[in-house]
Design a binder for this molecule. Sequence first.
Ligand code: GLU
Length: 281
Amino acid sequence: MDGMATPNTYRGRLAPSPTGLLHLGHARTFWIAAQRAVRHGGTLVLRNEDLDPQRSKAEFVEAMLEDLRWLGIRWQEGPDCGGPHGPYSQSERREFYLSAWRSLKDQGFIYPCTCSRKDLAQAASAPNDTDDEPLYPGRCRSRTGAARFSAPAGVNWRFRVPDGEAVSFTDLHLGPQSFVAGRDFGDFVVWRRDDVPAYQLAVVVDDAEMRITEVVRGVDLLKSTARQLLLYRALGWTSPGCYHCDLVVDDSGVRLAKRHDALSIRHLREAGRTAESVRGQ
Ligand code: GLU
């Protein structure tokens, strides 16, 4: 499948979240994304994933743009490049997400869930991954009344997954992948009670609307890709190809997180490392 996109039809994206400093894992993912776009003679879009008002900070937006530039990564839509669009910020795109929410609701794919965090914590089902969304136990699954909501705020909206169905795809780096809905992941949130569109929905809407042909992301998002394929199908949209990059771990084998300040691009740069050595890590 690799190389199927013809020159200039390839559209990739960089989708950093401004919730902390980018680290070595991001450097690898974004460098691979940039290289693949160049190799395909394609376009690379920058999308600032700043939907979470509690966690996103303006200072991290500045920092991530600067770090990406320092790494030698360039994107093609935005003021820097004279492009007509972008860089995009998810916080300015609510209308797109709302319209997808409406479509999913009207078709009966999603339902309002009033379970509290406490209800979920007390439910028997255990999280299926250390930092993944826990399997939803299903208490609100058969709730009716979605039609009377004209706006999403006030409840969590969950996508009803087709239990037992295998969601399969061929990853451009890792090969064939398959996850079973209802076992590997459960009914996931597409819109949060505090009126913030959830990651799974926003990213699908944006990748579709920005005509992204290939998504390059970390391997920690493999199961999210499976969830997102169900959303593409429900919304009647074509899904992009995907390339999941290997994990970067610290010296003790722990996956890097934004709390690993010592391994942030910023810190490594200040410590005298070259962009080339950071990209190649
Ligand atoms: N914004 C997400 C992150 O920084 C990545 C989204 C994606 O690649 O789908 O983890």
